[in-house]
Design a protein around this ligand. Structure first.
Ligand SMILES: O=C1O[C@H](COP(=O)(O)O)[C@@H](O)[C@H](O)[C@H]1O
Length: 339
């Protein structure tokens, strides 16, 4: 079966924007990536179920988000909003309410927009954050990630202020803070993933090379720290980046730039404990993002600094990764997104 996958990233060297390819789930072979949309700096993207691409981007010294219809042979621009000083660093679509969450790392805020049926971007609200952390990189609040909890609340990782925030967005024009969790000082929570069946969330912390295991209580929107685990040695030199979990919730994968590795961790049956099984080199530099394909048989990783994508086979019962391909050339690639 052919699985469609998009790649996107920076365009400061030879990167063109968003690329498209197909992964054959029988062989793990990726077709030659082709440019889907030319954009400036579309580092993160999301795609709606009816195939609208939502991408962050820059234009004429301003930043924001754009939407494209990618259901046909050629991508068609639907809307663009470049009303900010710079682009966000992460974007996520809420299918059930047709909302777009954009985390403005450099502007200390998260924006909530509504995506209309014809792909127009309607601004709803924004949440401003304050604070900082002990590391030089944490000079101000830097929201790095905004997405949904399993019960439909907005959850935000603030890398700069070592915070996780949870908001009620029943009225998305008027988000209300429900809770706030203070991460260990200097950890810089970056991205997170929820266990698919158990009430736990795993948070990748960029500046500590650690993953926090937190119990999530949906009733009072509370997070309780239950464990933490190191995914790479020498946190001063490393920056931990992406985190993914297998569909069965048994294995967690975490990338770390500097070490240039992906760690495989097993998740305990209750979801509350992690055990590091091993790490593999990503066969490139700066593994900023990776994704498991829909069949769960492959892991595709974007090595941003060495301009190559690698593919690993994944054992579904042991979680182990084995290198299949390392020479797929995509410049400045940041994000891997299966449709
Ligand atoms: O992971 C990271 O993300 C931040 C934000 O990305 P940006 O493209 O919006 O600047 C980046 O500044 C940082 O270098 C990187 O480690």
């Amino acid at each position: 079966m052919l699985e469609k996958v998009l790649f996107s990233g920076y365009t400061s060297k030879t990167g063109k924007g968003v690329y498209q390819a197909e992964l054959d789930s029988d062989t793990g072979k990726l077709s030659a990536p082709k440019t889907l949309v030319e954009l400036t700096g579309p580092t993160y993207i999301d795609v709606t179920n009816d195939l609208k691409l939502i991408s962050l981007a820059k234009k004429d010294g301003k930043g924001g988000i754009v939407t494209y219809d990618i259901s046909g042979d050629k991508a068609k621009l639907l809307d663009e909003d470049f009303s900010e000083e710079t682009s966000p660093s992460y974007v996520k679509f809420d299918e059930s309410r047709s909302l777009i969450f954009s985390a403005y790392f450099h502007l200390s805020k998260v924006k909530i927009d509504h995506l209309t049926k014809d792909g127009k971007i309607e601004h709803y609200s924004e949440i401003h954050f304050e604070g900082s952390g002990p590391r030089p990189e944490q000079d101000q609040s830097k929201p790095h990630y905004s997405a949904l909890t399993p019960d439909g609340k907005l959850i935000i990782c603030d890398y700069g202020a070592d915070r996780i925030y949870i908001y009620n967005i029943d009225d998305p024009k008027n988000p209300k803070q429900l809770n706030e969790f203070i991460a260990p000082s200097g950890y810089a929570p970056r991205h997170l993933v929820f266990n698919p069946t158990k009430p736990y969330v795993y948070i990748a912390c960029e500046l500590s090379s650690k993953v926090l295991v937190m119990e999530y209580n949906a009733t009072d929107s509370n997070l309780t720290l239950v464990d933490e685990i190191e995914v790479a040695k020498d946190e001063q030199k490393n920056t931990t980046a992406a985190i993914r979990i297998s569909k069965d919730g048994n294995f967690l994968y975490v990338s770390t730039r500097g070490a240039d590795t992906i760690a495989t961790l097993s998740v305990s049956p209750d979801g509350d404990r992690l055990k590091k099984l091993n790490t593999v080199k990503t066969m490139g530099n700066g593994p900023r993002d990776f994704e498991l394909d829909p069949s769960g048989k492959y892991l595709v990783v974007a090595n941003q600094d060495s301009d190559n994508v690698s593919i690993f086979t994944r054992s579904s019962n042991k979680g182990a990764l084995n290198l299949l391909e390392e020479n797929i050339s995509i410049p400045e690639c940041v994000c891997v997104h299966f449709i």
